[in-house]
Design a protein around this ligand. Structure first.
Ligand code: DGP
Length: 120
């Protein structure tokens, strides 16, 4: 799938749409989900233009991949939901069957309460 440069997260990265920022570095941006499904619901996105996890793993530099996954854990610690704070769930929806709505790679972080069933 070709990357859509006008998707909503691309606009957030360009500063055209505001977000409630949690963390940012040269490689990633993290912000609160606009429609939280749990007490804590954050998103982590790479700054590079990747549609989903498969695109990312195939095309990103190792440093981008390393920084992305490190950032997920870092944000969980920042939000006090890490493994020593009760824990959390992370997930990434991929393409149609995965239920992906925004075509820019993102991992969700859910926490702050029991997350429940793995899938519905
Ligand atoms: P997914 O189905 O994995 O593609 O989920 C996309 C998520 O993005 C969904 O939980 C809602 C969130 N979202 C959509 N538009 C915006 C937005 O403009 N701002 C923020 N903060 N989150 C958004």
């Amino acid at each position: 799938m070709e990357y859509d440069k006008n998707n909503i997260f691309a606009k957030i990265l360009k500063g055209e749409i505001p977000c409630k920022k949690i963390y940012e570095n040269d490689y990633v941006l993290s912000f609160h989900d606009v429609n939280p499904q749990k007490k804590i619901h954050a998103l982590v996105i790479p700054k590079g233009q990747y549609t989903d996890l498969d695109d990312f793993v195939q095309n990103a530099k190792e440093k981008e991949i390393y920084e992305f996954f490190k950032a997920i854990s870092h944000v969980a610690k920042m939000l006090k939901v890490s493994n020593v704070d009760g824990g959390y769930r992370t997930l990434s929806n991929i393409a149609n069957n995965g239920g992906q709505e925004v075509p820019h790679l993102h991992f969700h972080i859910f926490g702050g309460e029991k997350i429940g069933k793995m899938v519905s």
